[in-house]
Design a protein around this ligand. Structure first.
Ligand SMILES: O=C(O)c1ccccc1N[C@@H]1O[C@H](COP(=O)(O)O)[C@@H](O)[C@H]1O
Length: 203
């Protein structure tokens, strides 16, 4: 089966159209994290989700969300919640969507804690800095036993290196944000999104 593709950090309706037309399976939107240049409101996320094809699954991308933020995300129309950083007990209890737990290199050792969490349906393995476009040492993933949950590779992927990443890591899904942005660093680039999807699937 070919690798799935997740395009993250959508900020506009135009991004949604490009992601849908390119045939990506997942679209991520950063919410409740104002430090990110890709952070958007739930209202904006609703507008973007309305413009996505029905077959594109959506994901709220968060960092250590509070219980109240998780509740708002439950009701906002996403299919998944991606959580970087901590998941407090309160936030975990409040989650009604399947959780994709993200690890940012230094916390990879915490993976075992989540392997028995019923609500966790997948893992994102990402570089140390959120949405930085930087890669990390993929050999850190070699010893991780696959457990049937989605194994998603992120961090510094691009149309240029995604084929190599798929061959080397064998992820279920590849996840990109910075690598498909315009050279100006703002907004996604249609041609790069299409090339990323094509190159990921070429393996
Ligand atoms: O994109 C962000 O600004 C961001 C903010 C907070 C948490 C995660 C964020 N990005 C996620 O990082 C990976 C990979 O990004 P990149 O391709 O290296 O730029 C992806 O899951 C983004 O959603």
């Amino acid at each position: 089966m070919s690798v799935k593709v997740k395009i993250c950090g959508l900020t506009s309706v135009e991004d949604a159209k490009n992601v849908s037309e390119a045939g990506a399976e997942f679209a991520g939107m950063v919410v409740f994290f104002p430090k990110s240049k890709r952070n958007i409101s739930l209202e904006k996320a609703a507008e973007i989700m309305a413009a996505l094809s029905d077959n594109v699954k959506t994901c709220a991308v968060t960092v250590s969300p509070s219980k109240e933020q998780v509740r708002q995300i439950n009701d906002a129309g996403f299919d998944y919640i991606q959580i970087h950083g901590r998941i407090d007990d309160d936030a975990y209890s409040a989650a009604e969507l399947p959780i994709i737990k993200a690890f940012n290199v230094t916390d990879i050792a915490e993976l075992d804690r989540y392997k028995s969490s019923e609500k966790v349906c997948g893992y994102v393995f990402d570089a140390a800095e959120y949405g930085s476009g930087k890669s990390f040492d993929w050999s850190l993933l070699d010893s991780i036993k696959r457990d049937g949950r989605m194994f998603i590779l992120a961090g510094g992927l691009s149309p240029e290196n995604v084929s190599e990443a798929v061959r080397r890591v064998h992820p279920d899904c590849v996840d990109v944000s910075s690598g498909v942005e315009n050279d100006s660093g703002s907004g996604k680039n249609r041609q790069k999104i299409f090339s990323f999807v094509e190159n990921a699937r070429s393996v």
